[in-house]
Write a protein that binds this ligand. Structure first.
Ligand code: GUN
Length: 302
């Protein structure tokens, strides 16, 4: 459920991503039970990056909670590209596995593009393979696996705006393959007018101030200040940045300066508890859909 808090100038909706994600997870569990499915998710972690370790463990836990077969592969930092490609090929052939996720970033000796392109598109539950990216980019959404974070952001935006999303000016801050580019495509597919701003954009705040929807995905703590925001905009914060607070404690903040932006916007996602839980829920949904498709037509999974 969304909570609301009155502010000095307006009434701002705090978009509860944890609650939205819990609803998605419940419906996935129900489908798994009623259709007697056993979706299989394989998550591969190379090296010991602590943040990646946290993400991978929560993906595994959530998959188990959904009733999936959940396998985690922890490979050493020195793993070669040849070794990783061999594991991906093995999982491509494994009939119990419907989704393969290789956690990024990878160590420098491994080319992430080569690894992503080795995953069969039907098992690419991250939606990063150029086949899935191309389908999204060309509007063939029904056949595409769409990246989890943009899909989660869209879900939250539709929860707030419904059909009112059409015709809105959306500004996406960041041009990554994981979030920025697929987010822009997804918003265009939903009839938004889309602008992407990035690290080389001149005066991004002037562009952002025109936005009805702001999606911030750059990984710079509190980059988006109040003077970047048009009154009444909807703000979606993808950033999860660990910072040290003035009192010496560490905590998580987003890419949006939440406290100062809050009074201006009509709705905003908090960090934590906004986009983060939705990303994992969408990964479960992509895996469930991959399993359903392969049970209908196993050849399509290849
Ligand atoms: N690293 C950060 N976000 C992601 C993601 O969504 N998928 C994968 N595979 N790695 C990531």
């Amino acid at each position: 459920m969304n909570t609301e808090r009155s502010s000095s100038t307006d009434h701002t909706l705090i978009i509860d991503g944890a609650a939205a994600a819990a609803n998605v997870i419940e419906s996935i569990k129900e489908t798994v039970r009623s259709e007697r499915l056993r979706p299989g998710l394989a998550v591969i972690l190379v090296g010991k990056d602590p943040a990646s370790g946290v993400y991978v463990r929560s993906k595994k836990r959530r998959a188990e909670e959904c009733g999936f077969l959940s396998r985690q592969y922890d490979l050493p930092e020195e793993t070669t590209e040849v070794e990783l490609l061999a594991l991906v090929r093995e999982l491509n052939q494994d009939p119990d596995i419907h989704g393969i996720l290789v956690q990024l970033p990878l160590p420098p000796q491994i080319n992430p593009h080569s690894v992503i392109e080795e995953i069969v598109p039907g098992k690419d539950v991250d939606g990063f393979h150029y086949s899935n990216a191309g389908r999204l980019g060309t509007g063939d959404i029904g056949q595409a696996i769409v990246p989890c974070t943009p899909l989660g952001c869209l879900h939250l935006l539709k929860q707030v705006l419904g059909d009112g999303i059409r015709g809105k000016h959306a500004v996406v801050i960041g041009r990554s393959n994981i979030v920025g580019k697929p987010m822009a495509n997804l918003l265009m597919h939903n009839d938004c007018t889309v602008t992407i701003v990035h690290s080389r954009t001149v005066e991004p705040q002037n562009i952002c101030r025109q936005a009805d929807i702001v999606v911030a995905a750059v990984g710079i703590p509190r980059l988006v200040k109040a003077d970047w925001i048009k009154r009444g905009a909807v703000a979606i914060d993808v950033g999860i940045n660990r910072v040290t607070k003035p009192n010496g404690e560490t905590g998580l903040v987003g890419d949006i300066d939440y406290e100062n932006v809050f009074p201006l916007v009509s709705a905003i996602t908090p960090v934590p508890g906004g986009v983060g839980p939705m990303t994992i829920a969408m990964l479960m949904l992509n895996t469930l859909n991959a399993a359903s498709r392969s049970s209908l037509s196993p050849a399509d999974a290849q």
